[in-house]
Design a protein around this ligand. Structure first.
Ligand code: NAD
Ligand code: IPM
Ligand code: MN
Length: 375
């Protein structure tokens, strides 16, 4: 029997709750479709860090690289200063495995109430987020002395960047600086991914999300490189550009107006939460971090410290991320089965059986169990 070796980090907050249910759904699906999983669980999280002072060692990532894929819950905990866990685990994995695509689909689900009247039209769009560059290079610092040198030593799949950025001002004026970088190979590869996806989805347009009117160098460059790839390699597709501020406006008024949204890293982060909100809830928004090596599947949402331990976390986003993982592993039919099990559950559940997020009273465990019944 085919056995997939999967690295797992359940992480912080509701991460263990929703990934626990996802593993049970995937095990059941494997049984039905004739494959199995070996779950290689790693403890890295805020709890582990607070107990041991260890964030995530290189040897663990070396081991993970031998897995077929990875499943992650959420990283981040109010007991630890923002950024330490998120950069030390989540971003470290995205960069280490050069997972340059963050794929975040948004679609309407049965009975899930949306905050905007969709007038019967279904949402079906996808954020293709560049996942290794932009303001996420982790090159930044603050100074009290008026002098700041930011060392740059970045390694991405396509290139290495070294050197430093030096800044100086009057010592009376402390400041902070953070560098954003978009590279030609970085923009080219994510544009190709978005274009191929648009073709696969039967769409004729890739819409680049930008802000070159204010941030000209960074996003003017992103637009130029993306436009050239589209013109040279995908003449059958249309290239469109929307400024991120206007996109927020259009999306709220007409959430189904867009298909493939090609986003620089930071805009992709923000737009994927907006899309999740419009489609009905972060608890249903799935995602994948995809690259040539180890790919990692995780819900769009975070550790939700406001609801952890109350039973109110919705495991659907994590379960649908598990379905995306199956598709990535080449188990397309099994993946479809999970997607159908989720929509059948939502369609047929009593009001009480719905997750709290949708006005019901079902805990993450009850929701997980009801979805498993449909497999
Ligand atoms: P969040 O996504 O954790 O929560 C935002 C809101 O959505 C909260 O009200 C939360 O209760 C709700 N929510 C999220 N997931 C839900 C689910 N499955 N079911 C029901 N409700 C859900 O964002 P935040 O509050 O900004 O961040 C909390 C922590 O998570 C921070 O430490 C942040 O850095 C981290 N974070 C991690 C990831 C990740 O690991 N991929 C993503 C986003 C935020
Ligand atoms: C996400 C999260 C992360 C991001 C944070 C936790 C670093 O918001 O996965 O969307 O900004 O990418
Ligand atoms: Mn986010």
């Amino acid at each position: 029997m085919k056995k997939y070796k999967i690295a797992v980090i359940k992480g912080d907050g509701i991460g263990p709750e929703v990934i626990g249910e996802t593993i049970k759904v995937l095990d059941k699906t494997g049984k039905e479709f004739g494959f199995a999983f070996e779950w290689n669980e790693y403890p890295y999280s805020a709890g582990h860090y607070l107990a041991t002072a260890e964030i995530m060692p290189e040897h663990a990532m070396e081991e993970m690289s031998k897995c077929d894929a990875m499943l992650l819950g959420a990283i981040g905990d109010p007991r630890v200063k923002p950024g330490i866990m998120e950069q030390g685990i989540l971003l470290a994995l995205r960069f280490r495995f050069d997972q340059y695509v963050n794929l975040r689909p948004a679609f309407s689900l049965p009975r899930v109430k949306t905050p905007v009247d969709l007038k019967g039209i279904k949402i079906d769009s996808v954020v293709v987020r560049e996942n290794t560059e932009d303001l996420y290079m982790c090159i930044g610092g603050t100074t009290e002395s008026g002098e700041l040198e930011l060392p740059v030593d970045v390694s991405r799949g396509k290139y290495e960047l070294t050197g430093s950025i030096k800044l100086k001002t009057d010592p009376r004026y402390p400041f902070a600086a953070q560098a954003a970088i978009n590279s030609k190979p970085g923009v080219e590869r994510i544009t190709r991914y978005a274009a191929e996806l648009a073709k696969k989805r039967g769409e004729d347009t890739v819409t680049v999300v930008s802000k070159s009117n204010a941030v000209s160098a960074l996003y003017g460059f992103f637009e130029e490189v993306a436009k050239k790839v589209m013109a040279d390699e995908y003449p059958e597709l249309k290239y469109a550009m929307v400024n991120v501020d206007a996109l927020c406006y259009h999306l709220v008024r007409n959430p189904s107006a867009y298909g493939v949204l090609l986003c620089p890293n930071l805009f992709g982060d923000i737009i994927s939460d907006l899309q999740a909100g419009l489609a009905g809830g972060l608890g249903t928004a799935a995602g994948g971090n995809i690259g040539e090596g180890l790919s990692m599947f995780e819900p769009v949402h975070g550790s939700a410290p406001d609801i952890v331990g109350t039973g109110r976390s919705n495991p659907v986003a994590a379960i649908l991320s598990g379905a995306m993982m199956l598709e990535h592993l080449g188990e397309g039919e099994a993946s479809k089965k999970i997607n159908k099990a989720v929509s059948d559950f939502l369609e047929n559940a009593s009001n009480e059986d719905l997750p709290f997020e949708f006005g019901g009273t079902s805990t993450f465990e009850q929701v997980g169990e009801n979805i498993r019944r449909n497999i």
